[in-house]
Design a protein around this ligand. Sequence first.
Ligand SMILES: Nc1ncnc2c1ncn2[C@@H]1O[C@H](COP(=O)(O)OP(=O)(O)OP(=O)(O)O)[C@@H](O)[C@H]1O
Ligand SMILES: [Mg+2]
Length: 112
Amino acid sequence: MKKVEAIIKPFKLDDVKEGLTDLGIYGLTVSEVKGFGRQRGHKEVYRGAEYQIDFVPKLKIEVVMPSSLVAEAVKVIQEKAKTGEIGDGKIFVLPLEEAIRIRTGETGDDAL
Ligand SMILES: Nc1ncnc2c1ncn2[C@@H]1O[C@H](COP(=O)(O)OP(=O)(O)OP(=O)(O)O)[C@@H](O)[C@H]1O
Ligand SMILES: [Mg+2]
């Protein structure tokens, strides 16, 4: 299993979610986060406001999936989250040791 974490522009959430559920992903977690990338000190526009960087609002999506789905999931996220402007975000892929579905006690891929 892997955990795919994607930091995206907030208005891209629905597109990304749809792309991932089409792939057969059963669950995901979304958090409101703030961050910055390479343009520290430069301007990034968010909802008409110019953030003189430091911290720009983003969403973080976390999805745990079988390793076999990662390549496709990364591709879908990249396609759906891309505007071509700065601040489109990043995708990180992490190894994931174990998953347990609390209600049933299932583990591993079965728990997803
Ligand atoms: N190295 C990193 N580690 C953790 N989070 C990061 C990292 N780089 C970017 N992020 C997160 O992703 C968000 C978006 O980053 P962003 O897309 O601006 O990266 P970038 O490298 O500046 O690319 P671009 O040049 O396209 O803007 C940041 O606000 C931050 O939350
Ligand atoms: Mg940037």
